[in-house]
Design a protein around this ligand. Structure first.
Ligand SMILES: *Cc1c(COP(=O)(O)O)cnc(C)c1O
Length: 322
């Protein structure tokens, strides 16, 4: 059964023209817009808010008093789950990959500010992370708490409903939209956009979080639409992963500089920087063309920039002496 979403964010988010970025990419100045899903409001903003409205809505309907979720140390989803818990008066435990390091910058600082408790799972794969989260839930239940497990990245068919709504906003804001470009992590964001806009209108740029991201998008999107969603029909680029999920690549560092210097927009090194590097590559190889209406979906992630030492160094080096 699907429970109603709980309002957490500020919607609809703005759609802004990006003429200087468009020209720098080789598009016409009127071809490119930015969907400002970094401006969703709660907890520093970002795409996870739309998914949390649905997953936390279900948790509340089930009578949960504690939210539990999993992620990387610099997970934006974990940070926003903590913010949602604070907003709703719930407890929160974040089950994070890795070990507590010397530095708790970026998202980790905000996790602490929101009052989250952290459970470090060590260097485990997704199965290990899920097992650690199941253990945390069992312990909470033994303490008399009522935990609700929010899936990795908030992604699933339920969370994807939040992005179907974003797709509907885009259809209303930009009739004739040809391609919405978005980072593809755990898959729920692209899945919702595909459910609303169709497979041909969404270009996902894989960030390297999953072994088979297209399969996740198909699984989450198919129940939400009568249109056919298959892995073959999806537009997915896998050429921006580089050395792996959190590794900074040269095209991503360039994308961060380009968005900042043409439009005053800050991207992050893990998701949105990869998405823009993927859009630049798509323009170069003709998958996205001048004269088409293109939307860059800005999914947030700013705190992650400050939790990424190599990206901070690359940014600092951009300041010239005068
Ligand atoms: C999680 C995340 C994404 C990817 O969304 P998924 O639904 O996990 O694919 C994109 N951008 C940012 C900033 C994110 O935090």
């Amino acid at each position: 059964m699907t429970h109603p979403p709980v309002p957490l964010g500020t919607f609809p988010t703005p759609l802004e023209p990006a003429p200087r970025l468009a020209a720098a990419l080789g598009l016409g100045p009127e071809d490119l817009w930015v969907k400002r899903d970094d401006l969703t409001g709660l907890g520093g903003g970002g795409n996870k808010i739309r998914k949390l409205e649905w997953t936390v809505g279900a948790a509340l309907a089930e009578g949960a008093d504690t939210l539990v979720t999993t992620g990387a140390a610099q997970s934006n989803h974990a940070r926003l789950t903590a913010a949602a818990a604070a907003r709703l008066g719930l407890d929160v435990v974040l089950v994070l990959r890795g070990a507590p390091g010397a530095s708790r910058s970026g998202n980790l600082a905000l996790d602490g500010l929101f009052g989250a408790r952290l459970a470090w799972a060590g260097e485990v794969d997704q199965t290990g992370l899920d097992a650690a989260a199941a253990e945390v839930c069992a312990r909470l239940r033994a303490e008399g708490r009522r935990p609700a497990l929010i899936p990795f990245g908030g992604s699933g068919t339920l969370g994807a409903r939040g992005y179907a709504r974003c797709g509907e906003e885009l259809r209303a804001q930009l009739p004739g939209l040809r391609t919405a470009v978005v980072a593809l992590g755990s898959g729920g964001t692209m899945a919702g956009l595909v459910a609303a806009l169709g497979t041909g209108s969404v270009l996902g740029v894989d960030v390297g979080a999953l072994a088979d991201p297209a399969a996740a998008v198909v699984a989450f999107a198919a129940p939400l639409t009568s249109k056919e969603v298959t892995a073959e029909r999806l537009r997915v680029r896998r050429d921006q992963v580089g050395a792996g999920y959190a590794a900074l690549t040269v095209p991503v560092a360039e994308a961060l500089r380009l968005a900042a210097r043409t439009e005053g927009i800050v991207l992050d090194p893990t998701y949105t920087g990869r998405a823009l590097a993927g859009l630049a590559a798509a323009v170069r190889d003709g998958d996205v063309r001048p004269g088409e209406k293109t939307v860059f979906v800005h999914t947030g992630g700013l705190p992650g920039l400050f939790g990424h030492p190599a990206a901070v160094t690359a940014a600092e080096e951009g300041a010239g002496a005068y």
